[in-house]
Write a protein that binds this ligand. Sequence first.
Ligand code: SF4
Ligand code: SF4
Ligand code: SF4
Length: 329
Amino acid sequence: MTYNCPLHCNHCYTDCYNSLEHKRRELSTEHVKQALDKCKQAKTVWLCFTGGDPLTRKDFPEIYLYAKKLGFIINVFSSLTCMDKKMLELFKKHPPFNIETTLNAVTPRTYYKITRAYLFEKQIDSIKKLITNNIEVRIKTQVTKFNIGEIDKIKSLVERLGRQFRPSTMLFARLNHDTAPCNLRLEPKEAVRVNGKYGYYEEEEVRLPGKKLQLEDMITEPFDKLFSCAVGGHSFWISPEGKMFLCTCLREPSYNLLEKGATVQKGFDRLNKEVHSMKFKTNSICRSCRYRMLCKWCPARALLEKDSLEEPIEHFCKMTDEVVGKNKR
Ligand code: SF4
Ligand code: SF4
Ligand code: SF4
């Protein structure tokens, strides 16, 4: 909905657009409603309001209620640092399916170092108020070099709040290709250790019907198709300016949803056709890699970090080495 956010997290991939200049380009309330109508027309079921922080939009309550009336199942991703009484009342009266927030510190000091904002207490207070009012809150944690030393304390805090600890070690370059967040990654070995020790996986992410997914299931013969993930299969994104695309890291190809005659279905079909017909054009080592399904490398992440859809990303390559063992590659 917006790139605007009260925080400026050092790992944030959208913070490069957290500026007045981008705020001015955001869709108006009426245009957001038009986009929602188009989603509804295409029989969209799930809707996630994200950003930046969607709660920073003054018209969030109006848009939220409009989406509720259309019958979507709604997630809201927010730092909760600007949730006021009115917003809480709104969620109490019209609860979302859930709200997800990212909590990366246990002290105002570390919180400030990461976010450049003194809003630690405010976020904790908002989380507690939502929980007290039986609104489903999920807490995520972005693990970086900055907070790895506090990981057990963050876990305890999250668990004291009665939530499941859901850490992620994945970091990407920013949408403007600034690679600063990548410098905050844990060392590959450490990232694999942290994922193994604290990793949280949804059951459906690790299971094939009736069978737990094994390492060998992820090894494939080389193939030329560029995108091997489920991008676009059942979801799409709409930017604050009304552009539709298939993945938050892949902003092109895009489709202008607000153009005359544009529909979600047309955009979805066109984008899927284009993205899924893309093939490797170079002899990138990723093209012939048998571990591509296992590796966190993907063309969209490579484009952000390497300015190339095909270039390998050393960090993910090393993580894969850690998982499969160097001798096997
Ligand atoms: S709270 Fe989220 S959107 Fe806001 S700066 Fe941090 S990572 Fe970015
Ligand atoms: S980030 Fe990469 S792996 Fe994930 S959905 Fe997008 S293209 Fe696929
Ligand atoms: S980054 Fe390395 S491990 Fe990953 S797909 Fe490319 S070659 Fe394979």
